[in-house]
Design a protein around this ligand. Structure first.
Ligand code: ADP
Length: 399
């Protein structure tokens, strides 16, 4: 089967054409600057060459047309006709309480998705534009929506409810949703496969640590808690996002600094996190590690605070799970940050976690990095959200 995986943002659209059975990627790329001018950057597998096409993309419709055009281009030899695409899988950022699993896209699904717009006003309209552009370009082609929030919908009320008046939950749907769900689900499944044990028997904590970071507690394959909340601003400090803060800070800085609520949110989303703790040195962990190695106190604090918060979440989730079989690291920092992994695991030694320092040097490869006598297995597992989307799409389209 050939599944086209689409991740549509407001001004960009990423795509991958892949085989869900093997995970083989036939081609991938990105359309950038949609609505501005337009550029398509296309990559073929087993080839470092990039094909760049500058063309007008006033809307997502032109972007999808450009993607289909290059996929059938004889020069690229990917597919010879759009008919060879069996189905399209869309990454959708927020599914509200409506979507507890992936679903075939039809008018009812799109209407329910529109009802979720207040929960993610920047992202859902872009996802819908991607969906509608595909409908227009490939009428009748099965399409599936895969939600970042769906995997977390198994959380019990004690995990997802906020301790605020009930009307905000009942009428406004304010609750913890969680994000990166496709990644947490993929990594949990892969951990069980690699451990050679049924997922239904395992207690796993996943650390998805990238520019955006979240942790999840997974009991028997079901998410019971996660660090992000109503929005992806909650949880551990991130590249430029604050993570958890006291909500009274908002009122305080609005009054003392005469800021509007939008200005406050801009600070918490774009000027906080490890970027702020490092006094503006960088939001990138490689730069922070370089700075820390040179003794920069801000970089040292940023890394310490990040690892401290990750450890606190792991400790809390080990308690929530009532035990722990595996700890996984994924995403940019999780897959490529031996120093972060060792700092976290050293503090968690009291849980019986022991890292093998040699194995922990790994970058971006599936590896067991704990020692044989570690009470908890620690794994590096590169995430593959596109494969998870392609598999769900293939499953729902009946193959
Ligand atoms: P996003 O949330 O945008 O998908 P990624 O998962 O790509 O982010 O993670 C980006 C982060 O991964 C950056 O902060 C970068 O510093 C970090 N990273 C990538 N490679 C390395 C590395 N070799 N060592 C430490 N951190 C790395």
């Amino acid at each position: 089967m050939n599944i086209l995986v689409i991740n549509a943002g407001s001004s960009s659209l990423k795509y991958q054409l892949m085989h869900p059975e093997t995970g083989d990627v036939c081609a991938k790329g990105i359309c950038e600057r949609i609505g501005i001018d337009g550029r398509l950057v296309h990559k073929l597998p087993h080839d470092d060459k990039k094909i760049v096409r500058e063309l007008a993309m006033p809307t997502h419709a032109e972007a999808i047309a450009a993607v289909l055009d290059i996929l059938v281009d004889p020069q690229c030899a990917v597919i010879s006709s759009v008919d060879e695409i069996d189905a399209v899988g869309h990454r959708v950022v927020h599914g509200g309480v409506e979507f507890v699993e992936s679903c075939i896209i039809n008018e009812e699904c799109k209407a329910a998705l529109r009802d979720c717009i207040p929960l993610a006003p920047l992202h859902i309209p872009a996802n819908l534009m991607g969906i509608e552009a595909c409908e227009k370009a490939m009428p009748g082609k099965p399409q599936v929506a895969v939600f970042d929030t769906a995997f977390h919908m198994t959380m019990p009320p004690k995990a997802y409810r906020y301790a605020i008046p009930e009307e905000f939950y009942e009428k406004d749907h304010l609750r913890r949703y969680g994000f990166h769900g496709t990644s947490h689900q993929y990594v949990s499944q892969r951990a069980a496969e690699l451990m050679g044990r049924p997922l239904s028997e395992l207690k796993i904590i996943n650390c998805h640590l990238g520019n955006g970071s979240s942790l999840s507690a997974v009991d028997g394959g079901k998410c019971i808690d996660t660090s992000m909340g109503l929005s992806p601003l909650a949880g551990v400090p991130m590249g430029t996002r604050s993570g958890d803060i006291d909500p009274a800070i908002v009122q305080y800085i609005m009054h003392t600094r005469h800021l509007t609520i939008d200005e406050c949110m801009d600070i918490f989303n774009k000027k906080s996190g490890v970027y702020a703790l490092s006094n503006g040195v960088s939001s990138d962990f490689r730069d922070l590690e370089d700075g820390a190695a040179k003794g920069d106190p801000g970089c040292i604090l940023a890394l310490e605070k990040f690892c401290y918060q990750v450890c606190k979440y792991v400790g809390a989730y080990a308690a929530a799970l009532g035990g722990l079989d595996a700890l996984t690291f994924t995403a940019g920092v999780g897959e490529n940050g031996p120093n972060t992994r060792s700092a976290v695991c050293e503090t968690l030694g009291f849980l019986g976690i022991k890292l093998d320092p040699e194995k922990n040097t790994v970058h971006g490869e599936e590896t067991l990095i704990s020692t044989p006598d570690s009470k908890v297995q620690v794994w590096v597992i590169p995430t593959n959200e596109e494969l998870m989307i392609a598999r769900d799409t293939a499953k729902l389209c009946g193959e």
